[in-house]
Design a protein around this ligand. Structure first.
Ligand SMILES: [Zn+2]
Length: 170
């Protein structure tokens, strides 16, 4: 099997930022998946599952209500490695164009008070798996990164090419 696109990125060189992960053409239109990377993989603690779950709920609610972008939001959800989230939008915007939206979303998360939206047995598959204070802390930290030092270009992994083809190590 071929290595899927997101595993071809050199994860030892990723830093927090916003990256175009893949572009899919669907019936003549485009859907673009963005890697919303909040942590440096394998070099700093990942986000706790409870905090990530709260970020999923609060930021999803924000994105789907944002006047400028709500009609283009296809999907928002956490990465299994807990170092960031995926955002899928209609069209082919550049990663930098998402920065104002994500800054709004994470500043909203950082200052969020009250009930976590959808954190009930009726609306969520694990409604006790939440941590609002840690979600706010993580969001404030990522908002600061977005304002000051977000990266927008993926480091591409070098592949060893042999006579038998390209070697994939992951
Ligand atoms: Zn949930």
């Amino acid at each position: 099997m071929n290595l899927i696109a997101s595993f071809q990125v050199d994860h030892t060189k990723i830093v927090p930022g916003i990256y175009e992960s893949r572009v899919d053409e669907i019936d003549g239109g485009f859907a673009t998946t963005f890697d919303i990377r909040m942590k440096t993989p394998n070099k700093e603690p990942a986000i706790h599952p409870n905090a990530m779950h709260t970020i999923e709920h609060v930021v999803a609610t924000f994105l789907r209500n944002d006047e400028e972008w709500k009609d283009r939001i296809v999907y928002w959800g956490p990465m299994g490695c807990l170092t960031g989230c995926y955002l899928i939008v209609k069209g082919r915007p550049k990663a930098q164009e998402l920065q104002p939206l994500l800054l709004r979303a994470f500043e909203h998360m950082a200052g969020y008070e009250g009930e976590v939206p959808g954190a009930t047995p009726l609306n969520c598959g694990n409604y006790l798996l939440h941590d609002l204070p840690m979600a706010k802390w993580e969001a404030a930290r990522y908002a600061e990164i977005l304002k000051t030092r977000a990266c927008y270009e993926y480091p591409v992994a070098e592949r060893l090419v042999t006579k038998d083809g390209t070697f994939y190590d992951s």
